[in-house]
Design a protein around this ligand. Sequence first.
Ligand SMILES: Nc1nc2c(ncn2[C@@H]2O[C@H](COP(=O)(O)OP(=O)(O)OP(=O)(O)O)[C@@H](O)[C@H]2O)c(=O)[nH]1
Ligand SMILES: [Mg+2]
Length: 268
Amino acid sequence: MVFSEATTFCFHASAQARSFTACFRWGASRLSNEVLSSGWICRAFVGRVRCLMQAMKIESAKLRASAKGLEECPSSNLPEFAFIGRSNVGKSSLINALTECKELAHTSSKPGKTQRINLFTVNDSWTLVDLPGYGYAKLSREKQGEFNREVSAYLTERENLKQVMLLVDSQIEPQGGDLSFALWLQECGVPYSVVFTKTDRGSDSKTANHSGQFRAELEAYGLEPNKIFMSSAKTKKGRGQILQWIEQQLPKKPKKKKGTAINLKWMK
Ligand SMILES: Nc1nc2c(ncn2[C@@H]2O[C@H](COP(=O)(O)OP(=O)(O)OP(=O)(O)O)[C@@H](O)[C@H]2O)c(=O)[nH]1
Ligand SMILES: [Mg+2]
């Protein structure tokens, strides 16, 4: 092929390519306009996301035991999810928000309300555990020491403990006590996740700032929680994500086998 022929061919080819591209663009824009204007793709997408995000349905939640220490905790095969954190961080309130039972766990604006290991059975298949908080200055040294011993024994020796949810107040700057607790959990090999609480209380930027600082501190200490959640017991923010994640940690229920249809007509 000589130069001129080649140029003509190139011209035709590029003209064809342009018209093909134009055709394709036109077709694609018609298609996307129609699809979008009908709302079909949006609805399908949102529906799929909602379906994936659907929180576990809470059918029942009841107090199983209120134990002074590990020895008093009834033995159980159900997976346990224990809530720990500073006094007043919102452990009992979050348990009530998750189960949608306002008075399941006792809450108070005064710190030091929960003083026992409270076990709540949910859907007869898993357990939420409300623990006494740490760092309540007004508690006598003796009492605080007793709590620490009992809670530590529970956290390190309870065989069916699946995950510790370490609650951290999103409205205050990172506290040494919370970081030390995360460090201790990691050193003991106890699986844990972090849940920032009370996100409704301050502006989004304040919440993001404090939680960001805390995450940076975790990283600086080489701490790696399994998950990090943002939550509010008041607005129920994070409820869906926490429940969905808990559900993923539960043993899978065996699927019911479809029975073979038996034809009994021949017996007549
Ligand atoms: N605005 C707001 N207040 C909250 C939230 N969670 C808890 N609170 C309030 O914080 C206070 C303490 O809540 P609790 O759930 O009793 O805290 P706790 O961690 O169980 O406390 P202790 O049992 O003393 O360790 C109460 O006045 C709650 O109403 C929240 O998400 N938003
Ligand atoms: Mg409490």
